[in-house]
Design a protein around this ligand. Structure first.
Ligand code: TYM
Length: 332
């Protein structure tokens, strides 16, 4: 039997943080042996707010995210690592699916609403962005999409669009399932544990997130300054949101149960919990940083990986695109 397919991606915007790592990247790493994996730097998703696009910065961010994938331990000999805009089929299928997508479905997307969707001046790409994401996934006949909890709604939309297309034009698309980790699927801001840790907020507020390329000193300082409360309770169910967030991170880093971790530190003062969390974070981030520096030291290695990735991705994506066009009657 052929291996199941996996596709996922990260937008090259803002600062990549431990939420992206624990919610997504770290889980991708473990899949490359058992699945046929495609990991994409979704650069076309990064232009939905054109006012925020700086060409030089975008070019650098694309390479940086690709290097972070590899530095996070994703073996480029086993996984296909590629840049979305190197595969024109993504934009083409996105258009086809856009024509199948009811406006109501897109307007209901949480991310559209959060990002100011009710403003008439907002770019149309902000509305149709989940359709491009559906194309990303469907082009690879993906069985599984490993993501953080915030992407669940987009995977559901992908399934709905695929079913709608299949119902009308025959069995063209394979229906994917989200794969959301038990721990680390929704890491909250260090400075505001009521809000999801976010790449763009990380740029605006240095205390918000632990960046994957932060120095050990920065990691330490940020965790030590993370918002908690004036008590000493670390019992998971009773703890304040800030402490629950730290326990959740700790659990995701070490694979332990957050409630068990909480029991160890209860009543002792948060400094102990924080010190051990800093060590757990460092144990994973130190090798990542080192591999990243090494990779960025010789850009030709990354170029070769992305070139090979683009070839493999194009070969796969064009098959599915042709299937969709054929089913609809497009082309000669
Ligand atoms: P993006 O770039 O915002 O995030 C990349 C991945 O990181 C996860 N994530 C988090 N996980 C836990 N805690 C957090 N605070 C946190 N913040 C982000 C996200 O769930 C995601 O898995 N639309 C997508 C990118 C995309 C995509 C795709 C993903 C485009 N096409 C196809 C999968 C398949 C996005 O903006 O993710």
């Amino acid at each position: 039997m052929s291996r199941q397919r996996v596709l996922s991606g990260v937008q090259p915007t803002g600062i990549l943080h431990i939420g992206n790592y624990l919610g997504a990247l770290r889980n991708w790493r473990g899949m490359v042996d058992d699945y046929d994996t495609f990991f994409c730097v979704v650069d076309m998703h990064a232009i939905t707010v054109p006012e925020a696009v700086d060409p030089a910065r975008l070019r650098e961010a694309i390479r940086s995210v690709a290097a972070i994938y590899i530095a996070a331990g994703i073996d480029p000999d086993k996984a296909t690592i590629f840049v979305q805009s190197d595969v024109p089929a993504h934009a083409e299928l996105a258009w086809i699916l856009t024509c199948m997508a009811p406006m109501g479905w897109l307007k209901r997307m949480t991310q559209f609403k959060v990002k100011g969707g009710d403003n008439e001046g907002v770019g149309t790409g902000l509305l149709t962005y989940p359709v491009l994401q559906a194309a990303d996934i469907l082009l690879y006949d993906a069985d599984l999409v490993p993501v953080g909890a915030d992407q669940k709604q987009h995977i559901e939309l992908t399934r709905d669009l695929a079913e709608r297309f299949n119902h009308r034009f025959g069995d063209v698309f394979h229906l994917p399932k989200p794969m959301i980790p038990k721990q680390g699927a929704r890491i909250m801001g260090l400075d505001d544990p009521e809000a999801k840790m976010s790449k763009s907020t990380a740029v605006e507020r240095p205390g918000h997130a632990i960046g994957l390329l932060d120095t050990p000193k920065q990691v330490k300082k940020k965790i030590n300054r993370a918002k908690t409360d004036s008590g000493t309770c670390t019992i998971y169910e009773d703890a304040s949101p800030g402490i629950r967030n730290l326990l959740g991170m700790f659990a995701a880093f070490t694979g332990e149960d957050p409630a068990e971790i909480g029991k160890r530190y209860d009543g002792r003062g948060y400094g102990y919990l924080k010190a051990d969390l800093i060590a757990a974070a460092e144990a994973e981030l130190a090798p990542l940083r080192a591999r990243y520096e090494e990779l960025r030291g010789d850009e030709s290695v990354l170029d070769a990986i992305l070139e090979r990735g683009a070839e493999r991705a194009n070969a796969q994506a064009n098959v599915v695109l042709a299937r969709a066009k054929q089913a609809m009657g497009l082309g000669r």
